[in-house]
Each structure stands twice: as structure tokens, then as C-alpha cells.
Design a protein around this ligand. Structure first.
Ligand code: SF4
Length: 494
């Protein structure tokens, strides 16, 4: 992946993990477009469509038992750069002043760079003389406003907290770090992170998915920090008046009415966590659960990808296996058979305009950034260089998609590249390997057999990325075949 951008988020589907753009944090520098994936399309003349939201009827909400300022009340705000963390600190400091109190604030990340960890230290006091130092020291944090789970559970932040003293509200959303751009399988250890926080502050911790709630109620995750702020206030950990906070938000002047709505929504979520969870419940997509359902799902996909004969080739082969090995073959064999060549990319890109029109309003102009084989020049990194294709390009997609009929035949001009030859060779090799496995598998080689059957799931990406992954898989294949052929040797299957 070319860009180290946290606005590129995982989008899990039955056929594997794709990527999506988090439009609310994307700053449109377009560095991701130069990556090798053909699915990054730029849309001009577009305004982000107002996301359908769930209106919540805010009940009367009692003011909390507010924390008493004991010398200073020390607040730490955490989050990710580029998501408005500094704004929360500024609003808090201003609200203290509006209330006639004193406040100090410092950013611990210097420039809150996009996607980087940000810490804001803020002390509130009855009078300025009570504030001796700005930085919150070890164990001194009274309130944590946790805009991001990773930053909040980091040792640097945990060290500032003290059991019995610190109370915290933390956004439980899985906000991806840059790691995801390097490792598609990367998932945040959410449970471990939550455990680290609750181990540190026990009863004082409250967590909810403020990003999903902000999207569901406000139509944009950018309001998540303000919601966490509202929840922390309702928890009693922000000793300034609600009126002063509203005033400070108005003085800040950025989407004031919406931010006040978000703040109040956060209070509501703290008081009514079950109702908030219902509002956040995502639209439920029924995914295949059993091996049989997975096979039917993939056979249907192969019918669309190629035709009924191709899908039958798939089911006929998978039907030679049973149990866990059958499930593994169902996943691995489908991955190889559905390699994304020019015909398949064209078929998938036919959906692009519909997807863009679902997300954006306006007179949309779509620009596809592709590295067409035979045309693309090699870039300085030795990879085919992507070019912004002329706007007429989408008109070619229907024809290209229909040309799937010549896939793998001597008429298949795109099929002559190394990548395509490799993809077809992998299918033949897999059929041969698994036919051998079917006859040779025994209890002590079952794990290796399953690992071999699932190996194609690791051969991801396009062009040079895919070639590199295939080389890695080829080494692994040799290891696993050695287990199948020489049972007395065991290699721990991955
Ligand atoms: S345009 Fe820039 S900010 Fe947006 S997703 Fe791509 S790399 Fe990230």
C-alpha cells in the first residue's frame, strides 16, 4: 500500500477483507491513488451525501454530581491527529474561563499530525495561582476523555492514571492505525486494550463506540470526540458548567449547533447505554455460516465471475472432500479460481458509479487510476505506473466485462502476462496437490492438509504485490507438502 493513511479502513466481506475510505477523516491528498490497487477512484464535482441518521429524542437529563476541584482538576484528552482532539481541549479551556475558573492546556504531540497519537493535558483550577505545572504527571490524571482506544490504553497514558482517582470515558471504536496499510489482516487487539484500561482504573471506566454512534446520529464520525466529551461531563469528571461548555463551543465557531448536539448526545449515551447500543446496531447482513452456505455463496460468485460450467468445476472439486478440509478447499480453491484479471476488474468497476452516487451528491466525474497492461510505463520503484484514465474509460468496462468469455483462451490477450500465467498455473497446481492430499491425509497430517488448502488466501494483491505473496506461499507449500509426504516429520501448521 503506497500511503500510510488511517483514513483507509477495513471493509470485511464474505470473500475477504477489502478497503474503504473513511470520508469524514480523509483530507483528499490522494496519495493512496498511486498504490497498485485499481479500486481507488477519484470523484470530482461531489459533495458527501448526508448520511441517513437516526433521530434520538433527548429526554431531560439530570446534571451529574460534579467532581470537586482539589487544587487542580487534571484532565487528559487522547485521540488521533486530524480528528479534532485539539478542539476539545480548546473548548474545555475556554469553558473554564467562561465559568470564571483558570485553565492550562498543552498538546503532547507538537503538531497533531494526521493519524498520529495526540495527548492533550488540561488542568482546571478555581484560580490561576493554583496551577503550578501544566503537564499532568504520573498518577495525577483525574479524568480521561479518550477519543481513541489505542492511545488511551498506551502505557504512556496508563501511567498517568490512578485507580480510585481516575475516571474515564473511552471511544471503543476500532480506529485503524497505519499498521493496517502494511498488513491487511491487522486487527486491533480491542479486548486487550480494554482490559488494560479496566485493570488500571476499574470502576471509573465507561466505554462506548462513539464513532458508530456519531455516524448513526450525526451522520459523521468526526463528532465522536465531542460525544465522548459529553459523556465524560455526564460522568461528573469535567468540573465546568454545561452552559459554559455550550458557550465555548459557540465561541469556537466550528459547526457550533452540531457540536452541541453531539455533546448532548454523548451525555445521553452515558446515561442510556442500551438505547445507544440499539441506535448503533449496524444493518445486519446475513453472511454464510456453514460450509455448505459458503460453497453456495462462492459458486454463485463464480457464475457471475465466469459462468455455470466454471462454478460446477468448483463444486465438483470441493465435493471430493469432507469435514474441515472441505471448508478449507472451498475457501482456497475459490480464491484461486476468481483471480482478478482485467475482465473481472472491469466487471467490478461497473458498480463504481452506483457506489459513488450512493455516497455523493453532485454532477459526479469519476476518474479511474489504472496501470493498463501493455500501456503502463514502469515507475521509479520498478512497478507499473498508474495513470488517470480518460473519462471515456468507464464506457469500455461493459465490453471488457463481457470479454470474460475468452478468459484463459488463446484469444485472451491480457492472459499472456506473467501474472495471469502464474494465476492459471496456481489453479492446476492446487488441483494436483489437493488430489494428492485427499488420498494421503491422516490424523497427524490433517492440520498441514488444511493449511495447504487455505494457502491461496494469503496470495493477495495485484501485480508485484501478488507476485511477492505467491513466492512466500510457494515456500510454505513446499514445507506443507513435505509433511504430507513424510509423515514422521512434523512442522507446526500456521
Ligand atoms: S486521499 Fe489521502 S487522506 Fe484520503 S484516503 Fe487517500 S491517502 Fe488517505
Amino acid at each position: 500500500m503506497q500511503s500510510n493513511c488511517v483514513s483507509i479502513v477495513p471493509h470485511d466481506t464474505e470473500l475477504g477483507r477489502n478497503r474503504a475510505i473513511d470520508q469524514s477523516s480523509c483530507n483528499k491528498d490522494f496519495s493512496c491513488v498511486s498504490g497498485f490497487c485499481p479500486s481507488f477512484v477519484t470523484v470530482s464535482g461531489a459533495q458527501l451525501k448526508k448520511q441517513a441518521t437516526t433521530a434520538i429524542e433527548l429526554p431531560d437529563m439530570p446534571d451529574p454530581d460534579m467532581a470537586v476541584i482539589n487544587g487542580t482538576h487534571n484532565i487528559v484528552i487522547t485521540g488521533v491527529g486530524g480528528t479534532g482532539v485539539v478542539t476539545i481541549g480548546a473548548v474545555l479551556a475556554m469553558a473554564a474561563h467562561v465559568d470564571g475558573k483558570a485553565a492550562s492546556m498543552m498538546e503532547m504531540a507538537g503538531l497533531a499530525q494526521k493519524g498520529g497519537a495526540v495527548h492533550i493535558h488540561c488542568r482546571v483550577a478555581e484560580k490561576p495561582d493554583d496551577i503550578a505545572a501544566i503537564r499532568v504527571a504520573t498518577g495525577e490524571c483525574d479524568t480521561l476523555i479518550g477519543g481513541d482506544l489505542v492511545v488511551s490504553a498506551a502505557s504512556k497514558t496508563l501511567g498517568l492514571m490512578e485507580q480510585g482517582r481516575t475516571r474515564a470515558v473511552v471511544n471503543a471504536h476500532e480506529i485503524m492505525t497505519g499498521e493496517f496499510t502494511r498488513d491487511t489482516d491487522f486487527t486491533l487487539p480491542v479486548d486487550q486494550l480494554s482490559l488494560a484500561l479496566s485493570a488500571r482504573i476499574k470502576a471509573g471506566l465507561s466505554m462506548f463506540d462513539a464513532s458508530d454512534l456519531a455516524k448513526a446520529v450525526m451522520g459523521d464520525a468526526i463528532f465522536s470526540n465531542m460525544m465522548v466529551f459529553g459523556a465524560a461531563w455526564q460522568q461528573g469528571g469535567v468540573p465546568v458548567s454545561r452552559g459554559a461548555i455550550h458557550r465555548a463551543i459557540e465561541l469556537n465557531g466550528t459547526a457550533a449547533a452540531r457540536n452541541i448536539e453531539a455533546f448532548e448526545g454523548g451525555r445521553w449515551a452515558y446515561l442510556h447505554p442500551d438505547a445507544a447500543a440499539k441506535v448503533m446496531a449496524p444493518d445486519f447482513v446475513e453472511l454464510p455460516k456453514t460450509t455448505g452456505e459458503r460453497i453456495v455463496f462462492r459458486a454463485q460468485h463464480l457464475r457471475e465471475y465466469q459462468d455455470a460450467a466454471y462454478a460446477n468445476r468448483y463444486t465438483d472439486f470441493v465435493d471430493l472432500f469432507d469435514g474441515d478440509l472441505r471448508d478449507a478447499v472451498a475457501m482456497g480453491y475459490h480464491k484461486l479460481l476468481s483471480y482478478k484479471d482485467e475482465y473481472e476488474v472491469a466487471r467490478l468497476l461497473l458498480q463504481t458509479r452506483k457506489q459513488a452516487e450512493a455516497a455523493f451528491d453532485g454532477d459526479l466525474k469519476l476518474t479511474h487510476h489504472l496501470a493498463p497492461p501493455l500501456l503502463a510505463r514502469t515507475g521509479p520503484d520498478g512497478r507499473p505506473k498508474k495513470i488517470a484514465m480518460p473519462h471515456i474509460t468507464p464506457k469500455l468496462f461493459p465490453l471488457l466485462a463481457r470479454m470474460k468469455r475468452i478468459r484463459g483462451t488463446r484469444w485472451d490477450i491480457f492472459g499472456r502476462t506473467d501474472e495471469r500465467r502464474m494465476e492459471r498455473a496456481l489453479i492446476v497446481e492446487y488441483e494436483r496437490d489437493l488430489a494428492m492430499v485427499r488420498d494421503a491425509v491422516r490424523p497427524d497430517t490433517q492440520d498441514a492438509a488444511i493449511a495447504l488448502a487455505r494457502l491461496p488466501l494469503d496470495i493477495r494483491g495485484f501485480g508485484p504485490v501478488k507476485m511477492a505473496n505467491a513466492q512466500k506461499a510457494a515456500k510454505r507449500r513446499e514445507e506443507l507438502l513435505a509433511v504430507m509426504r513424510a509423515p514422521h516429520r512434523t512442522v507446526a501448521a500456521q
